[in-house]
Design a protein around this ligand. Structure first.
Ligand SMILES: C[S@@+](CC[C@H](N)C(=O)[O-])C[C@H]1O[C@@H](n2cnc3c(N)ncnc32)[C@H](O)[C@@H]1O
Length: 413
C-alpha cells in the first residue's frame, strides 16, 4: 500500500513538473542554457536508496506488462541503440544543436553528412529518449530536433559531460562484438581476440584514444567524485597515494576539500607525462603538495614506499584485471607498504548490492564490459573477503555510496 501510494504520488509530481516546464515560455537558447546547468549530483545515501528501489519497482511493473517476445526484441535493439548513441556522439550533434533546434537538413549541412540518414538516426534516438523533437515541431511546425537532458551531456561543455566516456567505450567495446560465444566456450579475452593487442597496449599505441580514455576518467569525477570525496574521512591521513591515478583528477578533488598535507599520483610513464601539464595549470598550493610518480603497479620497487599515516588507494583499477593479476597488484602494494602504519582503500563497482541497485545502476553490465575488454571483473564483498587475505590484507569497513561504487577499506596484516 505504501509503495503504491509513493508510486502514484511520484507519477503525479512528475506529470505536474513536466507540465510546468512545458508551459513556461522559454526560448530555445534559454532551454539549452538550463540543460547546461543540470549538474545532477547524487542525493544523500538514504534518499538515493529509496529512489533506486522506486525506479527498480517501476521497471519491474513495465516488464510485467510487456509481452515476452517484445521484451526479447527490445533487448536485441540494445546494440542498435548503442551504435546510434556512438555515431551521434562522434558527429557531435549535441554540440551542433547548442544554438537551438535544427532540421536534419540544417544539421547535415553543418556536419557534412547525408540528411535523410541523419534524420532516421535522430528519429530513432528520440524514440528511446536520447535527443528530442523541438516543442515547436510538436505543434505542427517543420520537424526540428533539440537537445534533452540526456543528449546535453554529450556536449563537452556540459558540467557532467560524458562525451569522452561514450567515445572511448564505443571505440573499444564495439571491437569485441561477435567474439563472445567463443570466449564463453573456450575462454580468452574478446578484445585481444578481435584486435590482436591487449587493451592497454592498444590504447597506448593510439594517442587520440589514449587522451580520450584519460579524459573520460576525469569525466567520471565530474559526476561522481563529489560523493566519493564527501563520504570518506580522507582527512585522517598524512599522505594519499593514488595508485593508477591517471591524470589525478580524483586526487585533486580530494586534496581541494580535505586538509591532507601530501599526495602522490602514480601511473604509467606516458600517462604521467600527460598529467604533468594538466597539474601545472592548477593552483600553486595544490601543485606543491603533489608529486607525479611513474611506475608499474606490478613491480613493488616502483611504487612509493610506505610511511606512517599513508593511505594507498585505487579507484577502478582492480576491476581491470583477473584474480591472478589483481592478487599480484595487491601484493606489490602490500610490499611497498612494508611495516608502515598505513591503509589501503579500494573504490570499486561492487556486485551483489541487491536487486534494485544492480538493475538501475548496471553493475552486472559493468562486469561484462570488464570481461570483454580485459578479462577483468566487478567483484562482490565475498570475493574481496577471499582475495584480500591472500595478499596480506584483511577486509575493513565497507562503505556503500550513492553511486555505482563502494569503498572497501583494506587493513595490512
Ligand atoms: C580505469 S583507469 C582508472 C584511473 C583512475 N584511478 C580513475 O579512477 O579515474 C586505470 C588506470 O590504470 C593505469 N595502469 C594500467 N596499467 C598500469 C600499470 N602497470 N602500472 C601503473 N598504472 C597502470 C592506467 O594508465 C589507467 O590510468
Amino acid at each position: 500500500m505504501v509503495i503504491w501510494t509513493l508510486l502514484v504520488a511520484g507519477a503525479v509530481a512528475f506529470a505536474f513538473f513536466r507540465w510546468r516546464a512545458r508551459s513556461e515560455a522559454v526560448t530555445p537558447k534559454q532551454r539549452e542554457a538550463l540543460l547546461l546547468q543540470d549538474i545532477g549530483q547524487p542525493p544523500p545515501y538514504p534518499v538515493f536508496w529509496v529512489f533506486i528501489h522506486l525506479l527498480a519497482g517501476l521497471q519491474w511493473i513495465v516488464e510485467q506488462l510487456v509481452p515476452p517476445p517484445l521484451t526479447a526484441m527490445k533487448l536485441l535493439t540494445g546494440t542498435l541503440r548503442a551504435e546510434i548513441l556512438a555515431t551521434l556522439t562522434e558527429l557531435e550533434v549535441a554540440e551542433a544543436l547548442a544554438e537551438g533546434p535544427c532540421t536534419a537538413d540544417e544539421l547535415a549541412k553543418q556536419l557534412g553528412c547525408q540528411a535523410k540518414r541523419l534524420e532516421r538516426l535522430l528519429e530513432a534516438s528520440v524514440s528511446f529518449g536520447l535527443f528530442a523533437l523541438a516543442p515547436e515541431s510538436q505543434k505542427g511546425g517543420p520537424k526540428k530536433f533539440c537537445n534533452n537532458k540526456t543528449s546535453a551531456v554529450l556536449r563537452k561543455s556540459h558540467p557532467n559531460t560524458a562525451y569522452y566516456l561514450v567515445s572511448q567505450i564505443a571505440a573499444t567495446t564495439f571491437k569485441t562484438v561477435g567474439h563472445q560465444t567463443k570466449a564463453v566456450r573456450q575462454g580468452g579475452i574478446q578484445f585481444e581476440e578481435a584486435t590482436g593487442q591487449d587493451f592497454w597496449s592498444y590504447i597506448k599505441d593510439r594517442p587520440q584514444l589514449s587522451l580520450a580514455f584519460n579524459k573520460s576518467m576525469a569525466e567520471v569525477d565530474r559526476s561522481l567524485a563529489p560523493t566519493l570525496v564527501k563520504d570518506y574521512n580522507w582527512g585522517r591521513y598524512s599522505r594519499l597515494i593514488d595508485v593508477g591515478g591517471c591524470h589525478g583528477s580524483f586526487l585533486r578533488d580530494i586534496l581541494r576539500q580535505w586538509p591532507v598535507p601530501k599526495g602522490i599520483n602514480f601511473d604509467q610513464a606516458h600517462v604521467i607525462e600527460e598529467a604533468k601539464p594538466i597539474w601545472a595549470a592548477y593552483e600553486t598550493g595544490l601543485q606543491q603538495k603533489v608529486e607525479m610518480v611513474a611506475g608499474d603497479f606490478f613491480r613493488s620497487e616502483t611504487i612509493p614506499k610506505g610511511e606512517d599515516g599513508d593511505l594507498y588507494f585505487m579507484r577502478t583499477i582492480l576491476h581491470d584485471w583477473n584474480d591472478e593479476k589483481t592478487l599480484a597488484i595487491l601484493k606489490a602494494c602490500r610490499a611497498a607498504i612494508g611495516n608502515a602504519s598505513a591503509r589501503m582503500l579500494l573504490v570499486e563497482v561492487t556486485k551483489g548490492r541487491g536487486w534494485a541497485i544492480d538493475t538501475v545502476l548496471i553493475a552486472p553490465m559493468a562486469d561484462i564490459l570488464m570481461m570483454k575488454l580485459l578479462d577483468g571483473a566487478e567483484r562482490s564483498v565475498a570475493d574481496w573477503q577471499d582475495i584480500l587475505p591472500q595478499a596480506g590484507f584483511k577486509l575493513g569497513k565497507m562503505i556503500p555510496t550513492a553511486t555505482l561504487f563502494c569503498m572497501i577499506e583494506c587493513i595490512p596484516v
